[in-house]
Design a protein around this ligand. Sequence first.
Ligand code: NDP
Length: 312
Amino acid sequence: MSEKITCLIIGGGPAGYTAGIYASRAGLAPVIYEGMQPGGQLTITSEVENFPGYPNGESGPVIVDDIRKQALRMGAEIRSGEISEVDFSKRPFRLVVDYDKELFAETVIIATGATARWLGLESEAQYRGFGVSTCATCDGAFFKGKTVAVIGGGDTALEEAHYLSKIAGKVYLVHRRDQFRASKAMQDRIYQTANIEVVLDAIPTEVLGEKQGFSRKVTGLRIQNKKTETVTDLALDGIFVAIGVTPVTALFVGQLDLDEQGYIKTAGARPLTNVPGVFAAGDVQDPHYRQACTAAASGCKAAMEAERFLLI
Ligand code: NDP
């Protein structure tokens, strides 16, 4: 049997839960589908110092759980389950949950976020989960006193390197250019940390490892200097890839206008997609700021737009 929903929110992160808070208060009886990784990227963020309201900083999972609790308290219904199909060609919009249950929604707020990007090396794929990771907070503890590398030159990579420097014996920070994209404050912190060695102009070309039966372990990373083309093997126990994110929009290809990187196109500062009644909030439509704080703000805007849309 199909179900009718006034405001369906896809994605449980700061954007989705904040949309839930506002939509509940507006009387839209929102239903949030949390998806595969409830909490989004904050759940894999160790220390967050720049989310307002936490003067002493707080861990990502605690912050996102606080927003979730607030959405529940306001009356949002939060369900586990993945939206597997959407049809935005007419209203009410048709959606399918877990390839099974059919829903009809008057408005939809998409807050599916973004996932970590991989280098795309064949060797990287072979050692994923056997020493190659995209999440220092999840996997860092396995490398106590060991040697690891973090790949990337943005704030995420530098934060991961700093976090790992407190656990690992040594951290290489491997970046493909000679300048970091990360904030000056983060760069200063890295250069002041004794057990972090910065390796610049370094293109990772192969993850090195050993295979024994079903078991595999990382033993190093082959890098090539971009300018001199010299090849070096770093001896390592683990590798953390922190080279940015990809928006989670595969479900919306052919349904909504996406940009060339796959982000949902929205109308300037407003979270309107090209389909009236479908809104996009958070990292799924934001290649620029990608902060928990800006995601929450756009969730708020999307819910206000949904309310306005339903009144027309
Ligand atoms: P970014 O896009 O900022 O950085 C990605 C990094 O990975 C770049 O240095 C890039 O190199 C490198 N890279 C990309 N592709 C490859 C590749 N194939 N091989 C090797 N290196 C590669 O992503 P982040 O996740 O670091 O940050 C995303 C956003 O979130 C940013 O706006 C950032 O400021 C923000 N952020 C803020 C934080 C905070 O305020 N506390 C914490 C974490 C993130 P190149 O520089 O050469 O392009």
